[in-house]
Design a protein around this ligand. Structure first.
Ligand SMILES: [Zn+2]
Ligand SMILES: [Zn+2]
Ligand SMILES: [Zn+2]
Length: 358
C-alpha cells in the first residue's frame, strides 16, 4: 500500500467508517466486518467492543453469587529453544545460548537459539490445530470438574510466533477448596493429548508454562475478572505476526520468514489442501484460523447478532440508513490514534516497502 492510501485510510478511520465496504449479491453495501485493525480499524473496533460486551456480560450476569472465576493461561509446547530476554527491570536465568540477556537484547526475544534445528513446520501445524487441543481440554475439564462451568477464551500471539490461550472459566457453585480446584485444572490440562485432525500420527499437548488462578467469590473477584478480560481483549486486535516482527532485527525477520515459509509450503491447511497452489488464509497467517475469541453457549445471553441488529436500528433512526450499521456503542477514534495505527503498520512492514510514514 502506498503512503497516499494510508493517509486516505486513516481519514476514513478518523471518521469512523468502514474502510472497505463490500457489496452483497443483492446490491447492498455492507461493512467489511474485518477483525484486523490493519485492514479496517473501524470494523476491528466494533468486533472488539462486541466481544467486550459479551464477555463482560458473562461476568456481570453471573447472578447466583456462588460463582468462582478461574483465570487460565495455556501455552504452546516447545519447538526448539528460544532466547530468553527479560522485560525491562526484570531478570531471568541464563539463556540457552549461554548469555545472560537484558532488555538491550530485546531484538532476540522469541528468536530460536539454533534456527537450523528449530521445528518451524510443527509450530505452524500447532497454530493450525490449537482449536482441537482446546476442544479436547474442555471435554476433559467437564469430565474432571464436579461443578458446571462456562468459559470464554482469547488467543494471543507470543513473540516466537505461536498462539497461546487466555481463558476465563466461570464455575457455577463451588464444591471444593480453591487449592484443589487449581490443581485439578492444572493436572487435567497437563494430561490432555489431542490428535491432529489433519496430520496422521501427530498429537498435541500444552506447554509447561501454564498458569491457573482462582479469583474468588467476593465482589472484587468480578472486577478482577473484568480487568483480566480487558487485558486479554487487547490481544484480539493485535494482528498476526505483529509481535513477532515488532523488532526488525535480521534474526527476528529471518525467524518470521521461516515460519511463513513453513505455513505456506510445509503445512496442509485441511485434509483436502491443494498444496502450494492453495489459497487458504491459514497459509498466510502462520497456520492460524480466523477466530480469536470464543465462548461457550451459556456464557452470556448476549450475541453478536443482537448487537449488530441494535446498531442497524440505531443507524436507521439516526442516520436514515438501514444498510449502514452505524456506530452505536462504539467510541470514536481520534485522527491521531488512527495515524498511530497506520504508522505502526508501516514500521512493521505490513504495507510492504516504499512510501513514507504519514
Ligand atoms: Zn470494515
Ligand atoms: Zn540467548
Ligand atoms: Zn491449503
Amino acid at each position: 500500500m502506498v503512503a497516499a492510501e494510508q493517509v486516505a485510510l486513516a481519514r476514513v478511520v478518523a471518521r469512523r467508517k468502514c474502510a472497505r465496504k463490500v457489496m452483497t449479491a443483492s446490491g447492498e453495501m455492507v461493512n467489511c466486518g474485518s477483525r484486523s485493525f490493519l485492514t479496517c480499524p473501524k470494523c476491528a473496533r466494533v468486533y472488539r467492543r462486541d466481544w467486550q460486551a459479551i464477555l463482560s456480560d458473562g461476568v456481570r450476569g453471573a447472578g447466583s453469587g456462588r460463582e468462582v472465576f478461574v483465570l487460565l493461561t495455556l501455552t504452546a509446547p516447545s519447538f526448539g529453544k528460544v532466547h530468553r530476554v527479560p522485560k525491562a527491570g526484570r531478570s531471568v536465568s541464563r539463556c540457552a545460548c549461554g548469555r545472560q540477556h537484558s532488555e538491550r537484547d530485546r531484538v532476540l526475544r522469541g528468536v530460536p537459539v539454533s534456527p537450523g534445528s528449530y521445528d518451524y513446520a510443527a509450530q505452524a501445524a500447532f497454530n493450525r490445530d490449537m482449536g482441537q487441543l482446546w476442544r479436547f481440554s474442555q471435554i476433559a475439564l467437564h469430565r474432571a470438574l464436579p461443578d458446571r462451568f462456562e468459559v470464554a477464551a482469547v488467543r494471543e500471539w507470543q513473540a516466537r510466533g505461536v498462539l497461546h490461550m487466555h481463558c476465563l472459566i466461570r464455575v457455577e457453585g463451588m464444591s471444593m477448596p480453591r487449592a484443589s480446584l487449581v490443581s485439578l485444572i492444572e493436572q487435567t490440562c497437563a494430561g490432555v493429548v489431542a490428535p491432529s485432525p489433519i496430520d496422521e500420527g501427530r498429537s498435541w499437548r500444552w506447554g509447561r508454562q501454564s498458569d491457573v488462578q482462582v479469583v474468588g467469590l467476593d465482589g472484587g473477584s468480578a472486577r478482577k475478572a473484568i480487568a483480566y478480560l480487558g487485558k486479554i481483549l487487547g490481544y484480539v486486535v493485535k494482528d498476526l505476526g505483529i509481535e513477532a516482527v515488532e523488532n526488525r532485527s535480521a534474526e527476528a525477520t529471518a525467524h518470521v520468514e521461516a515460519l511463513h515459509t513453513a505455513a505456506r509450503d510445509d503445512m496442509a491447511c485441511t485434509k483436502e489442501c491443494a498444496g502450494r497452489s492453495c489459497g487458504h488464509r491459514r497459509h498466510r497467517s502462520l497456520g492460524a484460523g480466523s477466530h480469536s475469541v470464543s465462548r461457550s453457549k451459556e456464557w452470556s445471553v448476549l450475541r453478536r447478532k443482537t448487537l449488530k441488529e441494535q446498531r442497524r436500528v440505531w443507524a436507521k433512526e439516526h442516520l436514515g440508513d438501514a444498510s449502514c450499521e452505524g456506530d452505536r456503542g462504539v467510541e470514536s477514534m481520534s485522527f491521531a490514534e488512527a495515524l498511530a495505527i497506520h504508522r505502526e503498520a508501516f514500521l512493521t512492514g505490513v504495507y510492504g516497502s516504499g512510501g513514507s510514514v504519514p
